[in-house]
Design a protein around this ligand. Structure first.
Ligand code: ADP
Ligand code: MG
Length: 610
């Protein structure tokens, strides 16, 4: 390509239709999963309530999608497989799209790179069938089918063998197909989905199934999310329902303590369309930034719904990215709705924390039943018995590093166990508070809990009193390109509120006069560049705030009760009450839980009482 030898130049000619389709297919159909996505979207667009997907060899030899939707009339079959032919828009308004499809190229592309058979029947007409092989369309012929459409795609990419080389193992391709179907199923709770692996022929094996769920909108969504993401997610997530200027956000957001090691459980939808969008993912990170360390990822299923005019879906050939008219608005909505809902969940930590604890505690089932020899106590047992009989709890407390709240002391009488975190009963190993609740016990990591409380307090103070700024003795001058300079000056007001004061300076520069005092010495240029990157990514600058919060978090860590400090009963109870009243207190600043709760029923199970 970069040889300088003169090339023989052919005259300009339009490409043949089949070549055009193969080129287009390269964008639309990257791998079997993208073909499945197009076909299932077509079935949903056709109003199907039952969609069956059969796959052989990771989709390389066979993809078959059967639906009970409206079907295609025989005379339109050839149009369905030609490029830029669609029944979904009339082309007059590309910003008013209510269907998955609108480009009219999926079937044409699939017909160009595989063997495609379309069998379909509409009400009041006979069923018909059309075959396309490597772009060659055969005549329509009669077929047998009672309702809906069957699209069969065999030998995908056989016409473009170079593509085949890029495919991964059958298992990996099947996994990708399964992901695609799960995502689509999440947004369509009233549709039945079945995914079958028919490698080797026959009925095959069902690898995923989601039955139609009914009920009101949110119940149906919850039900479907439970089928796809698992019951555990539903139990450990908060309900999101917020609206701002015509943009609706609904769904479920996992508790921070229910986070994952990778971004594998993040499902985002815009007007029912699954998307992987940089803006939305950035907003999600922003919403959880306070509760999760960088290596933890929240689990969410979030649905944004708005007037189609507010979002452009025609920016990506596979339609997996979108562009919002007002990205800042969408980001703000996500961040504030999630933070708010998580704050309401307050001290709630995930049930999996208790589950994991129990798992760790439950004794292994011994091979031989253990025999307790009550008549010949071990040395350790004798010691325990001795201490228990000895006068003075304080002595025992020393031996075991545990402390007991004195019976009959004022606070035990008055502290109601009915409160969520209960009444403190003791402290063990100078760091763990044991509290009794109405139906269980709570174990609090006092250091982690206090750290969170201090951090939240610092943040509140900062929000109320503003961020103290520190004037630079010698203001920093930072050079920018014209565009960058305008963009950063546009947000100067926001930055000033965070203690960062900037002003225009000469031609093409900005002068930094004040920086947030808490950050200490700052590299102004690096900070401003970070902010610009964020503006690019998310349409909003949170870099200063993020940095300040990171520092506050560190301050909180140093300013809080260290483990190893003994606490009096009223101190412990005060800590519990404060945790109940403080948003986000269920996890420390690093996303670890600050407490675990064991229900009495769990404890009884532990002892084999049930
Ligand atoms: P698009 O979905 O962008 O319109 P496609 O190439 O995917 O383009 O499909 C072309 C047309 O074929 C659709 O507009 C629709 O009218 C028809 N069609 C495709 N699949 C189905 C189906 N499963 N049921 C009914 N009609 C279908
Ligand atoms: Mg389509």
């Amino acid at each position: 390509m970069n040889s300088h030898a003169p090339k023989i130049r052919a005259s300009i000619q339009p490409l043949e239709e089949s070549a055009i389709n193969r080129i287009a297919a390269g964008e639309v159909v990257e791998r079997p999963a993208s073909a499945v996505r197009e076909l299932v979207e077509n079935a949903i667009d056709a109003g199907a309530t039952r969609i069956d997907i059969a796959i052989a060899d990771g989709g390389k030899t066979l993809i078959r999608v059967t639906d009970n939707g409206g079907g295609i009339p025989p005379e339109e079959l050839p149009l369905a497989v030609s490029r830029h032919a669609t029944s979904k828009i009339d082309g007059s308004d590309l910003f008013n799209i209510h269907s998955f499809g609108f480009r009219g190229e999926a079937l044409a592309s699939l017909g160009a790179v595989g063997r495609l058979t379309l069998t379909s029947r509409t009400d009041g007409k006979d069923a018909a069938e059309l075959n396309v092989t490597a772009g060659k369309v055969a005549p329509v012929k009669p077929a047998a089918l009672s309702k809906g459409t069957i699209v069969t795609l065999r030998n995908l990419f056989y016409a473009t063998p170079a593509r085949l080389k890029f495919l991964r193992s059958d298992r990996a391709e099947m996994q990708a197909i399964s992901d695609v179907i799960k995502r689509l199923a999440m947004a369509e709770p009233s549709v039945n989905f079945t995914l079958r692996d028919v490698s080797g022929g026959g009925e095959g094996r069902v690898t995923f199934r989601a039955d139609a769920v009914t009920g009101d909108l949110f119940d149906a969504l919850r039900g479907r999310l439970g089928q796809v993401m698992g019951r555990e997610f539903i139990d450990n997530a908060v309900h999101i329902d917020a609206e701002r200027e015509g943009i609706h956000l609904t769904g479920l957001a996992g508790l921070p303590t229910y986070s994952r090691g990778a971004a594998v459980a993040q499902f985002l939808f815009v007007n029912g369309r699954p998307v992987r969008d940089k803006l939305l993912i950035g907003a999600l990170r922003g919403a959880y930034a306070d509760f999760l360390s960088r290596d933890r990822h929240p689990a969410v299923a979030l649905f944004i719904d708005c007037d189609p005019h507010k979002v452009d879906v025609n920016v990506h050939p596979a339609k997996s990215e979108v562009r919002f008219r007002e990205p800042g608005l969408v980001r703000g909505l996500i961040v504030s709705a999630l933070r708010h809902a998580l704050a309401e969940a307050g001290h709630r930590a995930s049930t999996t924390v208790a589950g994991a604890t129990l798992g760790a505690m439950r004794p292994e089932q011994p091979q031989n039943p253990r025999v307790y020899q009550m008549d010949r106590p071990s040395f350790a047992a004798k010691q325990v018995a001795y201490h228990a009989q000895a006068p003075g709890f304080s002595e025992m407390a020393d031996t075991y590093s545990g402390r007991v709240v004195e019976e009959g002391s004022q606070e035990t009488d008055e502290t109601p166990t009915a409160l969520p975190l209960g009444a403190a009963r003791g402290q063990v190993h100078e760091n763990y508070i044991i509290a009794q609740t109405e139906d269980g016990i709570v174990i609090v990591d006092q250091h982690a809990a206090h750290e969170r409380l201090v951090y939240e307090k610092l943040k509140t103070q900062m929000a109320q009193n503003g961020v103290p700024a520190q004037a630079l003795l010698i203001p920093d001058v930072v050079d920018f390109s014209d565009g960058d300079r305008t963009r950063i000056l546009d947000v100067a007001g926001d930055l000033a509120r965070m203690g960062l004061t900037i002003e225009p300076f000469g031609n093409g520069a900005v002068v930094v006069r004040e920086t947030p005092a808490i950050l200490g010495e700052v590299n102004s240029e690096a900070l401003l560049r970070d902010i610009l990157d964020e503006l690019d990514d998310q349409g909003e600058a949170t870099a200063v705030q993020d940095r300040i919060e990171a520092i506050l978090s560190r301050v909180a860590c140093h300013g809080s009760i260290r483990s190893g400090r003994r606490m009096r009963a009223e101190e412990m109870n005060a800590l519990l009450r404060e945790m109940e009243a403080t948003p986000y207190s269920g996890q420390c600043n690093h996303g670890r839980p600050t407490y675990v709760e064991l229900k009495l029923s769990d404890i009884e199970r532990l002892f084999g009482r049930t």
